[in-house]
Design a binder for this molecule. Sequence first.
Ligand code: NAD
Ligand code: NA
Length: 395
Amino acid sequence: MIIEPRTRGFICLTAHPKGCEQNVINQIDYIKSKGAIDGPKKVLVIGASTGFGLASRITSAFGANASTIGVYFEKPPSEGRPASPGWYNTAAFETQAHKEGLYAKSINGDAFSNEIKRQTLDLIKEDLGQVDLVIYSLASPVRTHPDTGVKYKSVLKPIGDTFQNKTVDFHTGKVTEVSIAPAEGDDIENTVAVMGGEDWKMWIDALKAEGLLAPDFNTVAYSYIGPSLTEAVYRKGTIGRAKDHLEATAFDITDTLKDVNGKAYVSVNKALVTQASSAIPVIPLYISLLYKVMKEMGIHEGCIEQIQRLFSDRLYADTIATDEQGRIRIDDWEMRDDVQAKVAELWEEATTETLPEIGDLKGYDTDFFNLFGFKVPGVDYDADVNEVVAIPGLQ
Ligand code: NAD
Ligand code: NA
C-alpha cells in the first residue's frame, strides 16, 4: 500500500516502514562513524523502540557490540493498517543487528506488568545469563500498578498557580497564549506513580533477586530539567515531581547494589522532539527556538548524538562525571548560559509572524514527521510498501 501521514493533534496515526528503517540505518551509520566504545556487553533496554531508548539500544549494539534485549509497547501492523513507528524501528534494528551477527531479541507488552517482567527475566536467564547495563527509558501517560491493579494517569500541570505563557501549534505555526490550571486532587501522586521511580526499582529488584546482574552492573534512567521558561509547567510541575522521585530512586537502587558493585544513575538529557515531548504544552515553542540557536552555534544534537556522547564521554569514560546531585548531565550544551540567554531573548519576540524567521519550526516539523518515518530523505513515498513487517527477534 501507499502510506501517507495522517495527523490528529500532536500525534500521527500512521507510520512508514521504509522511513523508519532508513532512520534506524542512519543512526547505526552515525554510531559506526564515531568508532568503537569499550562499553556494555549485555544490555536490557526498557522503552527500546523509539526516542532515547532506541538510540541507547543502537549505541550498545553498534558502538559496543553488545547483545541487546528490548522491551517496548507497540501496535503491530495488520493488512491495510500500518504498525506504530516503534514496531518498524525495532524490525529494522533487529534485522541489521542479526545481519552483523549481534544477538537482538525483544518483548512487546506492558513493562509495568508482572507478566512482562517475568518473560524478560526468563529470556535473560536462558540467553544471556546476566546483564551489565539496564537502560530505563519509558515514557507513558498511564500505568496499571502490578500489585493493586489501580490504573494511574499522569498529567502535565503546574503546581500552585495557573500557568500562562506562549505556545505554538507546530502544524500551523500559530503562536497563542495557553493557560493551564494547577494540579488538583491526586494529580501529583498519580503522575509520580506513572513516571516516578517505583517501576524502575521493581525491575532492578526483580533482576537482582534472581542473580541476573553482572559484576559492576550499571543502570541509567533518563530525566529532564530545562530552563526557567518552562519550569512552572515542567520541572516544578507534576511531571517534575515524578522526575524528582525518579532521581531520588537512583540512590535507593544504588543502596541495593553493593554486593555486585553496581550503580544507578540518572542522565539528564536535552529537549528533543519525540512522541512524548510533542504532547507537552509550551515545550514545542521552546524546542523550535532552542533548535534554531543550537544549530546556528553548531552544537545541535538528536537522540543518537546525545546517547553516543553519554556512553563515550560519561558512562564508559575513565571517570563518570556527575553534578552535585549525582546526575549525569548531557543537557550541558542546552543549558549553556549563551544558549539560554539567546533563547530567552527570542522567546520575547516570538509571534505567529516572527517565529518562521527566529525559530526552527521547519526543523521541528521535519523531526516530528521523521518520528513516524515520513519526510525522510532518500525514501520513495510513492512506491508501494508492505505494511506487514515482522520483527525478527520478537519473542
Ligand atoms: P518515547 O515516547 O520516544 O519512548 C518511549 C518508549 O517507552 C517507547 O519505546 C515505548 O514503546 C515505551 N513504552 C511506553 N509505555 C510502555 C509500557 N507500558 N510498556 C513498555 N514500553 C512502553 O520517549 P522519549 O522522549 O525517548 O522518553 C524516554 C525518557 O527520556 C523519558 O523518561 C523522558 O522523560 C526522558 N527525556 C525525554 C526528553 C525529550 O525531550 N524527549 C528529554 C529528556 C529526558
Ligand atoms: Na525511549
